[in-house]
Design a protein around this ligand. Structure first.
Ligand SMILES: [Zn+2]
Ligand SMILES: [Zn+2]
Length: 394
């Protein structure tokens, strides 16, 4: 009964949801600069008669209380920021902010949660419990809007028993969603390394300290930390995508500069690996007469979908859109700041399919041709409302 009602409501508001998404898409704002976006969301919440609290500057939190008695609380999260990418799509709702683009679908997440809010306010009399709406800024940039919102108390007063988030996925066909219980996405740390030797003529290595050959050893040795110390049952990735030794055929440079990424799914190992990598790099450089500056910028933690919550949420999703439309997700070694919620509260982060090959909507997130199949928004608004209501025990 409530399911059919939610499905009907999501149909009724579909055009508004698309209009909201297109408005946000054509007015994207970078992380920590979501001023207009935040004002837009605030206006929509006011129109629904909802009060909200500001957090982490541009973030917004609002509560929808069901009329039936219940002290259960579930939080639904959407992120609002865009990326420094120039849009290449030729669409009517193309980005009007040159060099900024909603290329990660956060416009879809935000408009979808606004739609969910609308549905929940309309069926208030039929459920018990409180839905906490979280519109957070700065998912794409360290230290991550989620971490700031948590610091400012987004998970308190009232404290949610569950946090649910969704993210578009262009690998999955629109109309389907994906779930994975347990570890799902990786922690991500950035590595910035400088190896300093002594440059000189390439014909006289004995008079120099060649940072290039030292770096070659270091790169190989660092991979062995992953292969010999990491638990093979838990994924770890170490990749260096930038190595600059700016000498010449006959010039040994003074230094080599490297940038890399370290990803894993275990906080204890993550911390140990930091120490091991730094120690090895510094020791190896020293043994060969060079020095090493090894800087690690800590990124987001790994994302874990709480088993029980994910199982029940998945069950509700199967109920809502049919078992055949709910897929299993593989581990994904990218990072996402929803991970911060998952580290401190029972959380479930699922994927919303937004692919439509027949319309050429297949590009990956973070590319200039990324787009979403908008029919997915009818599903996403209703599904989130249904997941919230069911999770609250209705
Ligand atoms: Zn992204
Ligand atoms: Zn994203």
């Amino acid at each position: 009964m409530i399911k059919e009602q939610i499905q009907q409501l999501s149909k009724n508001i579909f055009n508004d949801t698309v209009a909201n998404r297109r408005h946000l898409h054509s007015h994207p704002e970078l992380s920590f600069h979501e001023v207009e976006t935040s004002a837009f969301v605030a206006g929509k919440l006011e129109a629904l008669g909802l009060t909200y609290q500001r957090m982490a500057d541009n973030g917004l939190v609002a509560l929808i209380k069901g009329d039936k008695p219940s002290d259960q609380v579930v939080a639904l999260r959407a992120d609002m920021d865009a990326l420094p990418i120039t849009e290449a799509n030729d669409v009517s709702y193309k980005s009007q902010n040159v060099g900024v683009m909603h290329a990660c679908g956060h416009d879809a997440h935000t408009s979808s949660l606004l739609g969910t809010a609308k549905i929940l306010t309309e069926i208030k009399s039929q459920f018990g419990g409180t839905v906490k709406l979280i519109f957070q800024p700065a998912e794409e940039k360290l230290p991550g809007g989620a971490s700031l919102m948590i610091k400012e108390g987004v998970l308190e007063n009232p404290k949610p028993q569950a946090v649910i988030g969704q993210h578009v996925m262009p690998l999955i066909e629109a109309g389907k969603v994906g779930f994975r219980a347990g570890k799902y996405m990786a922690s991500t740390d950035e590595l910035y390394v400088t190896v300093r030797g002594k440059g000189g003529h390439g014909a006289q290595p004995q008079q120099n300290i060649d940072p290039v050959i030292i770096t070659a050893h270091m790169l190989t040795a660092l991979q062995q930390i992953i292969s010999r110390f990491a638990d093979p049952k838990s994924p770890s990735v170490l990749s260096f995508g930038k190595v600059i030794a700016n000498g010449a055929t006959n010039v040994i440079p003074n230094e080599v500069y490297l940038e890399g990424t370290f990803r894993t799914m275990d906080e204890k190992w993550r911390n140990e690996a930091h120490i091991k990598m730094k120690k090895l790099a510094e020791g190896l450089c020293e043994s060969m007469g060079a020095t090493c500056e090894f800087n690690i910028v800590r990124g987001y933690p790994f994302l874990i979908n709480e088993e029980k919550l994910t199982a029940s949420t998945r069950g509700h999703a199967e109920d809502y859109l049919g078992k055949e439309n709910v897929l299993d997700l593989d581990i994904w070694m990218a990072a996402e700041d929803f991970a911060y919620y998952s580290q401190v509260a029972d959380s479930c982060f699922y994927r919303l399919g937004t692919r439509n090959e027949s319309r050429g909507i297949t590009s990956s997130v973070h590319t200039p041709t990324f787009d979403v199949e908008e029919t997915a928004l009818e599903l996403s608004t209703g599904l989130m409302a249904y997941l919230a209501v069911k999770q609250l025990g209705n």
